[in-house]
Design a protein around this ligand. Structure first.
Ligand code: ADP
Length: 272
C-alpha cells in the first residue's frame, strides 16, 4: 500500500511567533487506512491538519499528499485529494436545501449540470440522507447535519477525508452515526481517513492511533496498544472511553475482564 499522506521531519512555528508548536514530526498514512490523531488541547493536532491542507507551510520538513510534495505551487493540486470536515456543521452550510448545499462545491469546480445531479444523489445516498434532498440543513439533527457536510465533501470525490473534531459537538447518537458512516466509507470505498479528535471512543474505531503531546508524537500503535497505556493516557490529559473506565474500576474491585474490551458491547459480553 502506498502512502496517501506523508510528513517528514516537520518543525513549525506560527508566523510571527517564537514557539515551536510542532517538533520534528514524521507521520505516514497509508491508502485505505483509518488513522486517529489524539492529544489534549494545544498538543498540535489541528496545526497538523492545517499543514496537510496547505493553510501554512512548515519552515522545516516536507508534506506529501497523494505523491505530490506540497508547496505554494502545488497547494491546489493537493487540496483536490483531501476533503475536510470540521467541528461545527452549521458553519459548513451554504445552501438553503440539503441538495443545494451538496451541489455548491461541485458548481464551484465547474462540474456540468447532468454530472452534478448524479454526484449529489450518489453522495447523499452514501451518507443515507437521500430522503432529505429538499430539507433545510439547519432543521436537521446534529448527526444528520454532519452527514450532509460529509456528503458535500464526498461529492468532490476526494481520496482522503480529514475529520477535524467532527464529532465533538454531537450528542452520543450523532457521534455514533458519523463513526458508523466512516466505517462504511472505509470498508466499501477504501477511503483513507484521518480523525483528529480528543474523543478516544472515536479513536478506538481507527486502525491506528497517534498520540500527540506538546507538539511531538508521543506514541503510535493499534487501539489495543494505545489503550493498554491506561493511566498514562489520563496523565496526558486524555479522557478514557467509558467502557475502559468501567473496566478499570471493575478490575480494581477484583472482577476480571478482558484487557482490551474497548467497546461497551465487549465489556457487557465480558460481564454477563
Ligand atoms: P490542538 O488541535 O491539539 O488543540 P493546536 O494545533 O490548535 O492544538 O495548537 C497547538 C499550539 O499552537 C498551541 O500552543 C496553540 O496555542 C498554538 N496556535 C494554534 N493556532 C495558532 C495561531 N493561529 N497562531 C499562533 N499560535 C497558534
Amino acid at each position: 500500500m502506498s502512502n496517501m499522506i506523508s510528513l517528514e521531519n516537520i518543525t513549525f512555528k506560527y508566523p510571527g511567533t517564537e514557539k515551536e508548536v510542532l517538533k520534528n514530526i514524521s507521520i505516514s498514512i497509508k491508502e485505505g487506512e483509518w488513522t486517529a490523531i489524539v492529544g489534549h488541547n494545544g498538543s498540535g493536532k489541528s496545526t497538523l491538519a492545517k499543514l496537510m491542507n496547505g493553510l501554512y507551510f512548515p519552515e522545516q520538513g516536507t508534506v506529501t499528499i497523494a505523491g505530490i510534495q506540497l508547496n505554494e505551487d502545488t497547494v491546489w493540486d493537493t487540496r483536490r485529494h483531501i476533503g475536510m470536515v470540521f467541528q461545527n456543521p452549521d458553519n459548513q452550510f451554504v445552501g438553503t436545501t440539503v441538495q443545494d448545499d451538496v451541489a455548491f462545491g461541485l458548481e464551484n469546480h465547474g462540474v456540468p449540470q447532468d454530472i452534478m445531479v448524479e454526484r449529489v444523489q450518489t453522495a447523499l445516498k452514501q451518507v443515507k440522507m437521500d430522503d432529505f434532498l429538499n430539507q433545510e440543513p439547519h432543521h436537521l439533527s446534529g448527526g444528520q447535519k454532519q452527514r450532509v457536510a460529509m456528503a458535500s465533501v464526498l461529492a468532490l470525490r476526494p481520496d482522503i477525508i480529514i475529520l477535524d473534531e467532527a464529532t465533538s459537538m454531537l450528542d452520543p447518537a450523532g457521534r455514533a452515526e458519523v463513526i458508523e458512516l466512516v466505517r462504511e466509507l472505509k470498508r466499501e470505498e477504501d477511503m483513507t481517513v484521518l480523525s483528529i479528535t480528543h474523543d478516544l471512543e472515536e479513536a478506538a474505531k481507527a486502525d491506528r492511533i497517534i498520540v500527540m503531546n506538546q507538539g511531538e508524537v508521543y506514541r503510535e500503535g493499534t487501539p489495543e496498544d494505545i489503550f493498554a497505556m491506561g493511566q498514562e493516557l489520563v496523565d496526558l490529559g486524555l479522557d478514557l472511553p467509558f467502557p475502559l473506565k468501567m473496566a478499570h474500576v471493575l478490575t480494581e474491585k477484583g472482577i476480571p475482564l478482558k484487557q482490551n474490551a474497548l467497546t461497551e458491547e465487549e465489556l457487557v459480553n465480558e460481564l454477563w
